[in-house]
Every structure is written in C-alpha cells, then in structure tokens.
Design a protein around this ligand. Structure first.
Ligand code: DAH
Length: 342
C-alpha cells in the first residue's frame, strides 16, 4: 500500500483524541474542517486511492470509510457532550427554587374619591337615577347665568372662579350639569352628575383649588322637600351603613328656593355632643333645596307644572368624614403612603 495511506490508522487515533478533548464548539468545528472538509485528511486519502494497486484498493477504501465514519461519530458525540455540560453549568448558575414563596406584585387601586363616587353612583342608580356627565371647561351661561346667578349678582363672590382667556371658565360646581341635563331631557327626570370642580382658593387644611362634587336633581309633578329628605336619608343609610338623622336649616343659593343646609346627627356621638361636632350634636353635610322657578324656565320647563329638588354633595368632605382625614390637601398630594391605605 502507498506509504501515505499507511498513516490512516494513526490519523484516526489522533483525530479521535483531539475531538474527545475539544473544549468548545469552535475547536470542534475546526477539527471537522480539518478532517472532513474539502481539503481535509479524508478527502486527501480518497485522492490517493487512484494510485493504489488494484488488489489493495478495496481494503484501502474500507479503511478510509472507517476513518470518516469514526470521525463523524466522534464529532457528534462530543457535540452532545459539550451541550450537556453547558446545560449543567446553566443549571448551577440559574436555578429556580419552585418551593420559594412568590414575590407579591403591588396592585393598583382606585383613588378614595373615585371609590366613593362609584359607590354613590350605584346607590342612585338603584333608585332609578341616571348619571350625567358635563364639561369641566364651562361657559358662563351653564355655570352661572342659567342657575339664576346673573353677571352682577353678589352670589358670584361665593365661588371664586378660574377664568380662561377665551371667556370660558373652569366649572366651580357640578350644578352646571343640572342645566345641561334639564335642557336635554324632559321631566320626569332624576339624575346625578359627579365630577371635578375648581375654585380660585388659597389652600389650607379644609380648602382646595380642585375638588369633587356630586350634584343631584329630581324634577316631576308634585316633587317636594319630603322627597329630598327621603332620598338623602336613603343615601346616608347606604353610605354609613346605619340610619342617620337629618335636619334642614335655611340656606341661600340663587338656584333653589327655598334653599337649605342639610345637617346630619354626629356619627361619633349620635347627637349628644363631642369634639368632632364641636359639641353641637350636628355636622353640616350638604346644601340643597327646591329648584328655583327661574332655573326651570331657563331649561324650558314650566314651573307651574313641574317642581324639583337639587343637592350638591362634596365628595372630599364625605371621604374625610368616613376615614377621619384631617387635611383635604392629601387627596391631590400624589402621596402613595396616603393613597395605599384605601
Ligand atoms: N353648587 C353649590 C356649590 O357648589 C352647591 C349646591 C347648593 C348645589 C344647593 C345644589 C343646591 O344643588 O341646591 O356651592
């Protein structure tokens, strides 16, 4: 046999040893090219086959085939072994303890004002009230004029107003939505309109420039203050989960006649007098009244035929009473330590 072909055996031994020791895929690939590639050992041995005497050809061919097969097998075995090592390393470094307790994801929540707003919407819906929405950027007509507060009326001073350069304003109360509701819907009508309102106020523990109200109204034939009291008692019973005593005192608001301040018996002392109610036994809760005939007229509702009541509930006050919060500025503070309590 040709001298060169005599080296098939030693080539195979070298190849198998080098492959078995290959440290990584790159070295393994280099070895594959060196032995099985276009210019590799195996190709070179095949090229010499032509010069082998005919009687030795078969045996020489078989030995080259055997070399090729052995190298292929060794390469694929080493490749699998390297991969297994990699997984073992990974398992050492990146293990997972499936019995470890999970990390709690902190959940978002609704602002306490939004929570009570939704609650109040549900209570009123259960009494057949609609929920009306209105713009926060209002015009003079809906915020004042149609509510019986003409331009020169001193009652405008009760609500310091943010005026915009285009003559509009940031609504000072949700009563503006009363007008929109009564203009769009004919009586019988009952609805509430919750929302954000703005006042040009110096802020302190009980004053904010931005706060939340729910305006409510009911218009039909023969609606009286008795209906108002019933609805308010029902609302308070649902909110405070107990019967709450109420009383009305006269109050002035241009859009109601008569107008009232509705007080509730102090929830802390049940009316016997304590520090919270300043020993009066009563806490002022909301203003309300019978809708003024002029307001009905502005909405094309005949005050000779229809009457109604309206009320304005301050949501911030309500949440403060429910949770004993002593500073209204917390609501807009964006302070998570405060907000996460609710
Ligand atoms: N809109 C009034 C305010 O924000 C509150 C109010 C008073 C609403 C009397 C009413 C009402 O519906 O009858 O100061």
């Amino acid at each position: 046999m040709l001298e060169t072909l005599e080296t098939i055996g030693s080539t195979q031994a070298e190849a198998l040893q080098a492959i078995a020791n290959a440290p990584d895929d790159a070295v393994l690939e280099a070895l594959r090219v060196a032995y099985l590639g276009k210019k590799g050992h195996v190709k070179q041995f095949y090229a010499l086959l032509g010069k082998v005497p005919p009687e030795q050809k078969a045996e020489a061919g078989q030995r080259i085939n055997a070399l090729r097969d052995a190298v292929e097998t060794a390469l694929s075995e080493r490749k699998s072994a390297l991969q297994a090592n990699r997984y073992a390393d990974l398992a050492d470094k990146e293990w997972l303890d499936v019995t470890a307790p999970g990390l709690r994801q902190s959940r978002g929540r609704l602002h306490p004002i939004t929570q009570i707003q939704y609650e109040i919407e549900d209570i009123f819906r259960s009494m057949g009230f609609d929920v009306f929405d209105g713009p926060q950027v209002e015009d003079d007509y809906h915020n004042f004029e149609a509510l019986n507060i003409p331009a020169d009326h001193p009652a405008r001073d009760m609500q310091d107003t943010f005026w915009l350069t285009n003559g509009r304003l940031l609504r000072t109360h949700t009563s503006s939505v009363q007008i929109r509701a009564m203009q769009q819907h004919k009586p019988p009508l009952r609805g509430i309109s919750p929302g954000r309102v703005y006042r040009y106020e110096a802020t302190d523990a009980s004053h904010e420039n931005t706060f939340y109200q729910v305006e409510g109204l009911m218009v039909d034939k023969d609606i009286s203050v008795a209906h108002l009291i019933y609805v308010m008692k029902k609302l308070l019973r649902e909110i405070f989960q107990k019967d709450v005593e109420v009383r009305l005192r006269p109050g002035f608001f241009p859009f109601v006649e008569p107008g009232f301040e509705l007080d509730i018996a102090c929830l802390i002392c049940s009316g016997s007098g304590c520090a919270v109610c300043k020993h009066e036994g009563w806490v002022e809760l909301l203003p309300c009244g019978a809708i003024h005939p002029n307001v009905l007229r502005h909405c094309n509702i005949d005050p000779e035929v229809y009457t109604g009541f309206a009320f304005g509930l301050g949501l911030n006050r309500l949440v403060m009473m429910r949770y004993g919060i002593n500073d209204i500025r917390h609501f807009q503070s964006g302070n998570l330590a405060f907000l996460e309590q609710f």
